[in-house]
Write a protein of this length. Structure first.
Lengths: 222, 246
């Protein structure tokens, strides 16, 4: 059993950012996001300042930049959408490198990229410097409904169990000569996902049985 | 004779889809006993276990725990008295840390503060897992998780502990460690298992459940050496295992 220590988004460390109370960090992140989203796109110096602030925090946290950069790939779908905007948006057109692009589309796309990148980076920094369990305690201190926090707790607890199951199913598929390489194979992946869903659902039922066996009656106690 | 810890009288149960799993089970377990429930797959063992703490209520017959009938109004007390350790520790350990997991049951009983901490540490001490109290369960080995699962039940200070396939998926060393822990506990124990050598090692008495009834019961050694009985209920000893040699 070679379970990795800590969560895969979490980067173990002892920086001031790691030590800060989780609820301060969560509140800080939410404030930062609201400010970033509310800033009009043309105010470029403001965005530069946000980026500089994040850069200082990253440096302070001691989390390696490549570590964060690798995890930035989650932003890809947003970037693709942003790249599409200048082509599909209406309004006055400008010529860039011989292409006729929508000016509002360019601005909106650029704004989206800036805001999304800042948001994703800030969230990754929070995840990298906060243990998931502290994060849950922080959310609880911020008065997030306890049922929601509990559901997130189950997610953290079972993420590894479910991804292990997924990996075993993949190994079993590949051992029988199947490797998904083109879209014609997607139905098989879909059926695996369905099987995983059923298994997780059944596990949920068993966990519930184990809970009521220990006197759980639906109310959350602290 | 004293009141049995566990008293089942002609318990019958059919699942909502019509499949009948139990056809009238009579079973008594007395204080301090260690009893193995043996039986082939599909004999109704798991269904029986779920009757012991009222997860399932019998269609006919009665279940009584130390004189208290298993009915809706008593379920909270019944679940304190009967501790079930399920087969897959990943089902049993659902909190973010070993401490929270072991504390889950007593917390449901309304225990808090220093008393809660004391009971959690005492239970973890009994299974030799006190050093792991602040670790997340998914970072423990399978054997360690099974031991913590036993602690989550011990902490309730139950009158009887019921284990469903306690030795499944354990390597021989973990299997032996668990046996050492279980023999060291001063509680009434019932274990449902396919692992006949384990049953012989841990439980002086055995009950054979087959086709939804108690087909035989007696000294574990007598049952395991009754070839005709064993054969007729699809029970087989592992290759090379001689019960007389133990």
């Amino acid at each position: 059993m070679g379970a990795p220590h800590g969560h895969r988004l979490h980067f173990h460390g002892h920086s001031p950012l790691h030590r800060a109370p989780a609820h301060h960090k969560v509140a800080g992140l939410i404030t930062f996001m609201l400010v970033v989203v509310a800033t009009p796109v043309p105010w470029l110096p403001a965005f530069a300042a946000y980026a500089a602030l994040l850069a200082v925090l990253v440096a302070l946290s001691g989390v390696p930049v490549p570590y964060l950069a690798r995890r930035m790939v989650v932003e890809t779908p947003v970037l693709m959408f942003a790249a599409l905007l200048p082509f599909v948006a209406t309004g006055p057109q400008v010529a860039v490198l011989g292409l006729s692009l929508s000016e509002p589309g360019l601005i909106a796309g650029g704004g989206l990229v800036m805001k999304a990148t800042l948001g994703v980076l800030a969230s990754l920094l929070l995840a990298a410097t906060t243990d998931p369990r502290d994060l849950l305690i922080g959310l609880e201190r911020l008065r997030v409904p306890v049922q929601l926090v509990q559901i997130m707790g189950f997610m953290v607890r079972y993420l590894d169990v479910v991804s292990d199951e997924l990996r075993r199913m993949k190994t079993a598929r590949e051992s029988r000569g199947f490797t998904a390489s083109n879209p014609r194979h997607w139905p098989v992946i879909g059926r695996s996902a369905g099987a995983l869903f059923i298994r997780s659902f059944e596990r949920g039922e068993r966990v519930h049985l184990a809970m009521i066996s220990r006197g759980y009656d639906g109310s959350v106690r602290r | 004779m004293t009141t049995p810890v566990l008293d089942l009288q002609s318990v019958a149960y059919a699942y909502p889809d019509g499949h009948q799993a139990l056809f009238g089970v009579d079973l008594h377990v007395h204080r301090g006993e260690r009893v193995a429930v043996l039986g082939p797959n599909g004999a109704g063992k798991t269904t029986l276990v779920l009757h012991l703490n009222g997860i399932l209520l019998p269609g006919r017959g009665t279940v009584t725990v130390s004189g208290l009938p298993v009915v809706k109004d008593n379920l909270a007390e019944i679940r304190r008295r009967v501790g079930i350790v399920f087969q897959d520790p990943d089902d049993q350990l659902f909190m973010g840390s070993v401490r929270d997991d072991v504390a889950f049951g007593p917390r449901n009983l309304g225990i808090r503060g220093a008393e809660l901490d004391r009971r959690v540490m005492a239970a973890l001490d009994l299974v030799g897992m006190a050093d792991f109290v602040d670790r997340p369960p998914h970072h423990l080995s399978f054997g360690q998780r099974r031991r913590v699962a036993v602690a989550t039940v011990l902490v309730m200070e139950p009158e009887i502990i019921v284990l469903d396939e306690p030795s499944s998926n354990l390597d021989p060393a973990s299997r032996r460690e668990l046996a050492d822990i279980l023999t060291g506990l001063d509680v009434t124990l019932m274990m449902v298992t396919h692992d006949l050598p384990y049953a012989l090692q841990l439980c002086p008495r055995a009950v054979v459940l087959s086709d939804g009834i108690v087909a035989a019961q007696g000294r574990t050694l007598d049952i395991l050496t009754d070839d005709a009985l064993m054969k007729s209920h699809r029970l087989e000893l592992p290759y090379g295992f001689d019960p007389h040699a133990c």
